[in-house]
Design a protein around this ligand. Structure first.
Ligand SMILES: [Zn+2]
Length: 297
């Protein structure tokens, strides 16, 4: 668990067996195991059964060519005992109830949300990684779905994750700085966020992103927690930072492109339901970072 508490998608209630799955025969043994259950993935959608993830016997699936081992359950839940192998399988069955993972992330149990995040992330990687980025040859899947191998150039390719920082900026007057994005409806505000650039530290990305989007310098970035956001392959890294002492709070300048408005809010303003301010949905780390501040002193 993070300093932000339990975040949707962030926890793992299964053992990925990273050492055993490297064995070439491991996936075959999982496929042959009659207990093995499958998470069905279609793009960024997962198959659900009410408010739980649909876990279907792998042996009953007609088309399970592309199967990736997710892990083995570590506790009993919903009739699935500890020690049950779980795989991700790509499917396109109209009989299933498909829902976007981001819409159900906050509803699913810790186990199901973790399985679904891994399934959507790794399947998304396979969809765009058929050919070797080094030499263009078609690659072969290994490590029970967690590696692609290129025979001619001997390159091993692993699922990519793009780190992005998301930042809570506060000032000496106990206010929080939020921005309104050009793509959002009127009244919606959130934290400042952006991808870490090549060769950049997380702390430097925090300072640069806030300056680019809000026009102010911040100091003392402190790490809060992280959340996988596999849409398609981000890892959100939450930080808190203070407005730099040399910087006046009134110095804010929205970038005018992505961010149209930058505004300081007090806790009372954000807590007031009549303010008309719309905040991030509860499945996101942005929601947790703002909530943590709201319940503060
Ligand atoms: Zn190659």
């Amino acid at each position: 668990m993070t300093a932000l508490g339990s975040l949707p998608l962030s926890e793992t209630a299964f053992d990925r067996n990273g050492i055993e799955r490297v064995d070439e025969r491991f996936l075959d043994s999982v496929r042959a195991d009659s207990r093995t259950l499958a998470v069905l993935v279609r793009g960024r959608d997962v198959a659900v059964d009410g408010e739980t993830l649909a876990l279907l016997p792998l042996s009953g699936l007609t088309d399970s060519q592309s199967v990736v081992y997710l892990g083995t359950t570590t506790g009993d839940e919903g009739g699935v005992p500890a020690g049950t192998p779980i795989v991700a399988a790509r499917a396109d069955d109209e009989q299933q109830a498909w829902v976007p993972l981001r819409d159900v992330a906050a509803v699913l149990s810790v186990r199901d949300a973790g399985l679904a995040a891994a399934a959507v992330a790794v399947m998304g990687w396979h969809e765009t990684s058929r050919f070797c980025p080094r030499c263009g040859t078609e690659t072969r899947v290994g490590h029970a779905g967690w590696m692609r191998w290129c025979e001619p150039c001997q390159a091993e390719h692993f699922p990519r994750t793009d780190p992005a920082v998301i930042v809570r900026v506060t000032d000496a007057d106990n206010r929080i700085l939020l921005g309104s994005n050009a793509a959002w409806e009127t009244g919606r505000y959130s934290l400042f966020a952006g991808f870490v650039e090549a060769g950049e530290s997380l702390e430097a990305a925090v300072v640069r992103e806030v300056y680019e989007e809000a026009g102010v310098r911040v100091a003392d970035p402190r790490y809060l927690g992280s959340q996988p956001w596999p849409f398609p392959r981000s890892l959100m890294l939450g930080f808190a930072a203070q407005l730099d002492a040399e910087q006046a709070a009134s110095d804010t300048t929205p970038d005018g492109d992505e961010i149209l408005e930058v505004r300081w809010f007090t806790r009372d303003e954000l807590r007031d339901p009549s303010s008309g301010v719309l905040l991030p949905g509860r499945s996101s780390i942005a929601h947790a970072i703002i909530e943590q501040w709201l319940v503060g002193e």
